[in-house]
Design a protein around this ligand. Structure first.
Ligand code: 5GP
Length: 179
């Protein structure tokens, strides 16, 4: 895998340190609240597992599984929820955990959809943000890393459903992959 993806653009050490900081911040911000951490599968699975263990307050865990219509490497924003929440989030403080926010359409759609269930609050935490890709105005409350407009894999993120298990984040080498 190293041959295809070259050097990490975010290393395991950088990832660990940043997630520890995010965990501390979220611990402070959600102390005393009825807190539900909602992971967006599959992409957020690795980040979610590490983030949840960096948060030091009682909380519920829950997940949504979504599929998006990716035409080549861009999402069309047409997201489909294929597995629903199991927790009742009404009146609770929800933090949605995403792998990456690019155009912002997926996050916007999920926030709108979950808001119908009447949580007390709903915020978004993403491991990665590509500000150059944004096509709508959306507030992302917690961002792990801002990255340039490159297609990245690893640490939960895929290329054609593979490479999610790469333990660091790397940009796809388009020449070798011939995308
Ligand atoms: P958005 O709706 O914000 O444009 O895109 C969010 C979704 O697009 C992510 O959840 C992810 O599935 C996909 N995506 C956007 N950029 C990348 C990327 O660089 N790598 C991977 N693996 N997925 C991406």
């Amino acid at each position: 895998m190293e041959r295809i993806f070259g050097r990490p653009i975010v290393t395991q050490e950088e990832m660990r340190a940043r997630i520890r900081e995010l965990g501390k911040q979220i611990t402070t911000d959600y102390a005393g609240k009825d807190f539900v951490l909602v992971g967006v599968l599959k992409g957020a699975y690795a980040f979610y597992a590490d983030l949840a263990r960096a948060i030091r307050i009682p909380m519920r865990v829950d997940f949504l599984m979504v599929t998006s219509n990716k035409s080549r490497l861009k999402t069309s924003g047409k997201v489909k929820i294929v597995t629903e929440l199991t927790e009742d989030i009404k009146g609770k403080d929800v933090l949605l955990v995403e792998d990456i926010v690019d155009s912002g359409l997926t996050a916007q759609y999920l926030v709108k959809t979950l808001a119908r269930k009447k949580p007390r609050s709903i915020k978004v935490c993403t491991l990665l943000s590509k500000p150059e890709g944004r096509s709508i105005d959306i507030v992302i409350d917690y961002v792990g890393f801002k990255i340039p407009n490159k297609y990245v894999v690893g640490y939960g993120l895929d290329y054609q459903q593979k490479y999610r298990n790469l333990p660091y984040l790397a940009a796809v080498d388009m020449e070798e992959e011939q995308v």
